[in-house]
Unconditional design. Sequence first.
Length: 166
Amino acid sequence: MTDQELQQWIERVSLAYFGRPFLHAASFNSRLRTTGGRYFTKSHNIEISPHQLAVYGPEETEAIIKHELCHYHLHLQRKGYQHRDADFKRLLVEVGATRHCRALPGAARSLPVRYILSCRSCGMSYPRKRRTDPRKYACGRCGGKLKLLEVQLEAKASDTVTRTAD
């Protein structure tokens, strides 16, 4: 599918589900791997991941297009267009758009958990990828003080935890 065909597809979806025309540019961006699409608030353009279309087909891609069009139309109407806004959530349900796109196979390359903040009072633990100062935070459950633990990553062995800071 070409960018021109995507442009026409988005224009059709916009008229069919939103009753409003899409007047800006739409294109594929092959660098998008962890997200299905993007809406740009300054230019009002939309980019869609071609990988989503290749892996999950046109139904899933159309749901992503609807999601990006929700951002687009709400932003142009000066309503709440961000994920946390009630207007956005309501419009997603009305048009049948997805809140999140499906993950691409092999796309998740997050850092391993290397630290754990643990509550001294109730034992609640909070996994972390980066080292943090436990004095700056409190337990979300009981408000107690936290201690920092470091996870020792060993090759093909179970993880062990050692205490690094009080």
